[in-house]
Ligand binder design. Structure first.
Ligand code: GDP
Ligand code: MG
Length: 389
């Protein structure tokens, strides 16, 4: 397994606590991609350093650490610019791989892609990611060339490669349009049923919930983006049938190439009549996660769809209980589930639903609420045959 160190920044916008949470998530991504996180490094800066992302002094410190602990990769929580990559690679003299968060996500997506559509989309995203960064592969040529005469064969080679990649991108886009047309016809055939899409942050428990509802076997595991392709199942509650789609999870700083290229997969979300937004309440950052999901669905052009917010993993929810006579102010860390319900959740439409998909806790409440929402929608969308249900 490749050994990796992780690097994050503490800035006026990112508190130390947040930075640590982000690095936790980055470590999870690294593990999912198949690396072993060995140590985190953080630095307090006003903004990322233009040349080397973190300060040169810190870079030197990390370089020593890398040599002493035989580290294979250094992973930055933020995307690096092409020139930052070049500078850092020069500094580290090829001693280890320089990666960023997008690299990891693209890598995981590539590993997970199963269908022709998903594979084509990931390939497209990878080429789009590489294109502006192509120069890094040619640093060794530049070094040979020295200071003058930079427009040598190296530069020509880069231009040729760029052209090859541009052609490849055009080809993949065409291929996607064709695949897309096929899936539109496939989707057309499932009319007259309410379509529900399961959305949420990655690892929230979407596939688990799908499995419990459909008694099916959608791949679920404690890894990020375990499922890449959307899965659709027909589900019946009481006597009311509907279609449920399990979707790929969202994550903070999803590479924008991926959001772009996944637009067609997310058509399922766009064409759904309503969305179940599943939240892992056991994650201390669950409120940030809700924001990321809301922003992403706005980004892909899904607004004004009814959303049913469901809180999952209550079995794993932990908090530091306070004594009754403890008068120090409550913080997020010592809120019980009942306290939480009194926060912004109290202003939610309807009662917030708290479940454990894994143990099927409060599952009947959840199904009852789901049933009532789908039934209302059904009567609205298909008034002529709603008497059936
Ligand atoms: P997805 O990425 O949203 O599809 O999440 P998965 O369904 O793959 O689940 C991610 C991990 O969370 C798996 O290890 C599940 O077993 C676990 N999980 C799902 N629901 C619950 C739950 O209610 N409680 C607990 N403790 N774990 C859960
Ligand atoms: Mg899943």
């Amino acid at each position: 397994m490749e050994r990796a160190v992780l690097i994050g920044l503490i800035t006026p916008e990112v508190t130390q606590e947040q930075a640590y949470e982000y690095l936790n998530e980055l470590a999870f991504l690294a593990k999912t991609a198949g690396a072993k996180p060995i140590r985190n490094f953080t630095q307090r800066l006003e903004k990322p350093d233009n040349n080397t992302f973190i300060g040169k002094g810190k870079m030197g410190e990390i370089k020593l650490y890398i040599e002493e602990h035989s580290i294979d990769a250094i992973i930055f929580d933020d995307d690096l610019t092409p020139s930052q990559i070049r500078n850092i690679e020069k500094l580290y003299e090829g001693k280890c791989k320089i990666l960023d968060r997008s690299n990891l996500i693209l890598d995981i997506f590539a590993k997970r892609a199963k269908t022709a559509q998903a594979r084509t989309q990931v390939e497209l995203a990878q080429y789009q990611y590489i294109l502006p960064r192509l120069t890094r592969m040619w640093t060794h040529l530049e070094r040979q060339k020295g200071g003058i005469g930079m427009r040598g064969p190296g530069e020509t080679q880069i231009e040729t490669d760029r052209q090859i990649i541009r052609n490849k991108i055009a080809l993949l886009k065409k291929k996607l349009v064709k695949i897309d047309k096929q899936s539109v016809t496939r989707r057309k055939r499932r009319e007259q049923l309410i379509r529900v899409a399961l959305i949420g942050y990655t690892n929230a428990g979407k596939s688990t919930l799908m499995n419990k509802l459909a008694k099916s076997e959608v791949f679920a595991e404690n890894k990020l983006f375990a499922t890449l392709d959307t899965t659709v199942r027909k589900i019946v509650i009481e006597n009311l049938p509907f279609l449920l789609t399990d979707t790929v999870g969202f994550i903070r700083k999803l590479p924008h190439q991926l959001v772009e290229s996944f637009k067609s997969t997310l058509d399922e979300v766009r064409e759904a009549d309503f969305l179940i937004h599943l939240v892992d309440i056991a994650n201390p950052n669950f409120e940030d996660h809700i924001d990321v999901v809301n922003k992403t669905i706005t980004e892909i052009g899904v607004k004004d769809k009814p959303v049913f917010l469901v809180f999952n993993k209550i079995d794993a929810y932990t908090f530091l209980a306070k004594d009754d006579d403890d008068l120090t102010p409550k913080t997020k860390k010592n809120l019980s589930l009942d306290d939480l319900k009194q926060t912004w959740m109290a202003k939610m439409e309807g009662n917030p639903i708290f479940i454990s998909a894994l143990n099927k806790t409060h599952f009947d409440d959840f199904k009852k609420e789901l049933y009532s929402r789908i039934k209302t929608l059904h009567a609205k969308i298909y008034p002529y045959n709603s008497f059936l249900y």
